[in-house]
Design a protein around this ligand. Structure first.
Ligand code: FES
Length: 579
């Protein structure tokens, strides 16, 4: 179905023709160098050139299957009459990149935008999967705004330890706590290490990767059904070819990211995020992606939609199962059909159809994994936005992953001044901490850490683990892995490095959390806080040059998506001149 407001493109309208068509000196160079690569005019003439932006690398553990998937995408592009070119872009490896892959999300987004703009490319297949790759690819492609489709890398198979199912991240935290408590042997720990990641694909809990790929489908940037297919499944290869075939048609239809990414599409993304019990990180990425499309998403919109959306994906860390089970139970299409009445069903998607058409008739095959909205895991959504004098610009919590008794809690603060301090003192037998204490980590924000690492699930002090404590109220301006769990209050804004109230907390201050009232209060008088603020000194500049300095100068706070200020939507950047 072509876009209703756009005429179908003809070969003479192709963007790439500006490079390869004219009978002039510069185009001679472009054509002769295509021939240098062994191509003939028959290969490209009159065909859309499709850039396949591949976030593969030898250190991106989640995407080791991408070299084969690229060939499958190419096959589809050739079949549909396009000309595929593979372009490697920064592989954001969640596991290995320090200080955090998040620090580099905007770098990849910038790279994607500029790579698409500066080359003779008519359309793009965006290949991602590991956490930050999804938002970065979509952010960049949205700013470039040429036809683009996202191809999700798919979750890995379930982990296994001597017959016990293991989930990425979630079970690492769980069994690490048991190991610290002395309940797991060195040998068992090694066996878990061997069995927890046993195939290609991204984390297979409802961590940030599965959340973001699901959101990418919900906002219309993938083919229907693409997000849930396990990476090792043969259907995944077939979906790669189908994606290749579809992008060629999207070019002729001139179906661009901003045609798809409307306010309604982002509402659908938020609603699905809530229904799947998605990662808290999704809030930051959704705000950033929407910002590129010129859609303003306030934190309150998340709370509004969260309020009316039941959590119906019974997947860890909020639930019991894993992504492989979710796929077998019907996958995201089936889940969306369950909450159809909460979606804007007329929103257009990458296949040219509406989301309503795409989910029509999608059935749930296992009601234990995809629950009915009448009997959900939780009546309200996965993420709540809290405010109060401790977080004037907001903070978030994932109540479904917390111990219910802690959702209303008042206790004295135990403050850690950055991660090194936490690491040094958290297991000190003399630490003045009880199960009622509130653990506070400062300097974990976008600027302070830097890059807002996933430090927000502060470890429980070892002496309390030994007493059987497994959850406590924890507060930080950092993020938390989507695979994590616990009563963790995250993204506190303004952050420590900007002198937000979190910077002023001292040991013993009483902190009160009331999730039902969406409130987080520091029980210290305004006068005392003003006195402390006078004594507060901003941290020294960490970077004197390079990307770090650009990041420090331009990154926004969590509620604004942590995008760079100069990358928000504005007047479109002009096409490059070709001389
Ligand atoms: Fe890549 Fe979890 S480490 S998705």
């Amino acid at each position: 179905m072509p876009h209703p407001n756009k005429p179908r493109k003809k070969p003479e309208d192709l963007r790439s023709l500006r490079w390869l068509g004219p009978d002039d000196f510069r185009s001679f160079g472009h054509r002769s160098r295509m021939k240098q690569m062994g191509y003939d005019e028959k290969d490209w003439s009159g065909k859309p050139i499709i850039g396949i932006l591949n976030t593969w690398s030898d250190l991106n553990t989640c995407q080791t299957h991408f070299p084969q998937r690229v060939q499958e995408v190419k096959r589809g592009i050739w079949q549909a009459g396009g000309f595929p070119v593979e372009i490697p872009v920064t592989a954001l490896s969640e596991i290995f990149m320090k200080p955090s892959a998040m620090f580099y999300r905007n770098l990849l987004a910038m790279e994607v935008e500029e790579v698409l703009r500066c080359h003779p490319i008519d359309g793009a297949v965006l290949m991602g999967g590991c956490d930050k790759t999804t938002p970065a690819l979509i952010m960049g492609a949205t700013s470039a705004n040429i036809p683009a489709i996202y191809f999700p890398g798919g979750p890995m198979l379930k982990g296994n330890w001597n017959g016990t199912t293991l989930g990425s991240g979630t079970d690492v935290w769980k069994y690490w706590a048991e190991r610290c408590a002395g309940n797991i042997s060195e040998c068992a720990w090694r066996q878990i290490e061997n069995g927890i990641a046993r195939s290609p694909g991204h984390c297979m809990t409802m961590g940030t990767a599965s959340t973001m790929t699901s959101i990418a489908e919900a906002i219309g940037m993938t083919l229907p059904g693409a997000a849930s297919i396990p990476a090792a499944h043969s259907t995944h290869g077939r979906m790669a070819s189908e994606t290749g075939r579809r992008i060629v048609e999207m070019v002729w239809e001139d179906l661009c990211p901003t045609d798809i990414l409307t306010a309604d599409a982002f509402d659908n993304g938020i609603t699905v995020d809530m229904a799947i019990g998605g990662s808290t990180n999704a809030i930051i990425h959704l705000v950033a992606m929407a910002g590129r499309a010129g859609v303003k998403l306030a934190l309150d919109r998340f709370d509004e939609l969260s309020h009316r959306t039941p959590v119906i994906a019974n997947i860890r860390p909020s639930g019991e199962y894993l992504m492989e089970d979710f796929y077998d139970a019907g996958g995201l299409r089936a889940l969306m059909n369950q909450i159809r009445n909460l979606l804007h069903v007329d929103a257009i998607t990458a296949n040219g159809k509406t989301i309503g058409q795409n989910i029509e008739g999608a059935e749930v095959y296992n009601p234990k994994v995809i629950l009915s909205p009448e009997q959900p895991l939780s009546r309200a959504g996965a993420t709540f936005v809290l405010r109060g004098n401790l977080a004037p610009n907001g903070c978030v919590i994932k109540p479904t992953a917390a111990e219910k008794r802690l959702l209303k809690h008042k206790g004295p603060a135990v403050v850690f001044h950055g991660y090194p301090d936490l690491k040094k003192r958290i297991d000190d037998e003399n630490l003045n901490v009880t199960a009622d204490s509130v653990l506070v980590l400062q300097s974990g924000g976008p600027l302070g850490a830097p890059g807002m690492p996933e430090w927000g699930m502060l470890p429980i002090p070892r002496k309390l683990l030994k007493q059987g404590v497994r959850d406590m109220v924890r507060i930080s301006d950092a993020r938390m892995s989507g695979t994590s769990y616990g009563t963790c209050i995250l993204h506190v804004s303004p952050e420590t490095a900007l002198g937000g109230p979190i910077a002023l907390i001292r040991d013993g201050d009483m902190i009160e959390l009331d999730v039902e009232k969406r409130s987080l209060q520091l029980h210290v008088s305004d006068e005392e806080l003003a006195r402390r603020r006078k004594d507060w000194k901003p941290p020294e500049d960490r970077f004197a040059r390079g990307y770090g300095q650009l990041f420090s100068d331009e990154v926004t706070q969590a509620e604004l998506g942590c995008d760079f200020k100069f990358l928000h939507a504005g007047r479109p950047t002009a096409e490059p001149e070709i001389y």
